[in-house]
Design a protein around this ligand. Structure first.
Ligand SMILES: NC(=O)c1ccc[n+]([C@@H]2O[C@H](COP(=O)([O-])OP(=O)(O)OC[C@H]3O[C@@H](n4cnc5c(N)ncnc54)[C@H](OP(=O)(O)O)[C@@H]3O)[C@@H](O)[C@H]2O)c1
Length: 285
């Protein structure tokens, strides 16, 4: 029987194309890269072989430290300072991506991770127009318009990951604006998964619970106990937990996943009872 030469050539070509594709540089954008979770996401995506555009707002020292760590490990991290509550800030990120794509022959934009956010907002009585706008502009408007601009530079296979919060699922009563913004982020994720899915771009989210981002609160024993009791599994997460979920969603292993959320809140969203009571019947003698 003669060799199926045509098929063999096609197969060889397909393998060569795949090898070419895997050699192309991939650029990922991470907002809030100077924060605890953002830095971990940048490090993990760099370890996965991506060039990282790392947005920060005020903490230049932390962003430059991150870039050095990534560089020592053989990766590339390009810090960009931008206040994402402003039009100029959004343009600064988009311009940086445009320059990176132009300067790296054959490079493609593989992912946008919308991670920057303001947390612990004012209560109903303390809120002002200014504080309300600050939360909505950074937590919702910035992801929306970054996706609008950057998705036009993406091709099929690219991925957008929005960082939500267990607060979108738990009514705690004291932090309504933050919780509202994270619910909006989840709605945005589902809606844009449909719209951008037409272009082969996936849109997913990650739902962290309390995660030690380096804030002094995480060293306070009483606060730590309170936070631990909010989850099923106890204690708080490390930023690498969130980063691992993001890395999966950006990777080809998640090629069939869109409009989904990975919940890494250790069961916070199940609303466990802080007292550990087994239900109202267990409180009766
Ligand atoms: N940590 C948790 O317990 C927890 C729980 C659930 C969900 N999350 C979510 O996880 C994500 C990351 O949180 P994190 O704990 O890493 O927060 P974080 O340590 O407080 O970092 C916040 C990041 O946002 C940036 N940022 C602040 N204002 C900005 C602005 N106007 N424009 C652009 N960037 C701005 C900060 O930049 P500079 O520092 O440079 O100013 C910093 O990089 C957030 O979406 C948060 O809602 C966190």
């Amino acid at each position: 029987m003669s060799e199926p030469t045509v098929q063999k050539t096609d197969c060889g070509q397909a393998m060569a194309d795949e090898a070419d594709e895997s050699r192309r540089e991939t650029i990922v954008v991470v907002t809030g890269a100077s924060g605890g979770i953002g830095a971990a996401i940048c490090a993990a995506l760099s370890a996965d072989g991506h060039v990282v555009v790392a947005q920060f707002a005020s903490n230049r020292a932390q962003a430059e430290r991150l870039a050095r760590v990534v560089s020592v490990r053989g990766g590339t991290c390009v810090p960009v300072q931008a206040d994402l509550t402003t039009h100029d800030g959004l343009v600064a990120v988009v311009d940086t991506v445009t320059k990176q794509l132009a300067s790296r022959s054959g490079a493609r934009l593989a992912a946008l991770v919308n991670n920057a956010a303001l947390m612990q907002g004012p209560s109903l009585s303390a809120a002002t127009f200014e504080t309300f706008d600050a939360f909505v502009h950074l937590n919702v408007r910035a992801p929306f318009f970054l996706i609008q601009a950057l998705s036009t530079m993406m091709t099929a296979g690219a991925s957008i990951v929005n960082i939500s919060s267990a607060s979108a699922h738990i009514a705690s009563g004291g932090d309504p604006i933050y919780a509202m913004t994270k619910s909006a982020v989840e709605s945005l994720t589902r809606n844009l998964a449909i719209e951008l899915g037409a272009n082969g771009i996936r849109v997913n989210g990650v739902i962290p619970g309390y995660t030690d981002n380096g804030h002094p609160m995480f060293q306070d024993p009483a606060a730590r106990q309170y936070m631990g009791e909010m989850s099923v599994l106890g204690d708080v997460a490390s930023p690498s937990t969130v980063a691992d979920a993001v890395t999966f969603l950006v990777s080809d292993a998640a090629a069939r996943t869109t409009g989904s959320f990975i919940d890494v809140s250790a069961g916070m969203t199940l609303r466990p009872r802080r007292t550990g009571a087994a239900g109202v019947r267990s409180t009766r003698s």
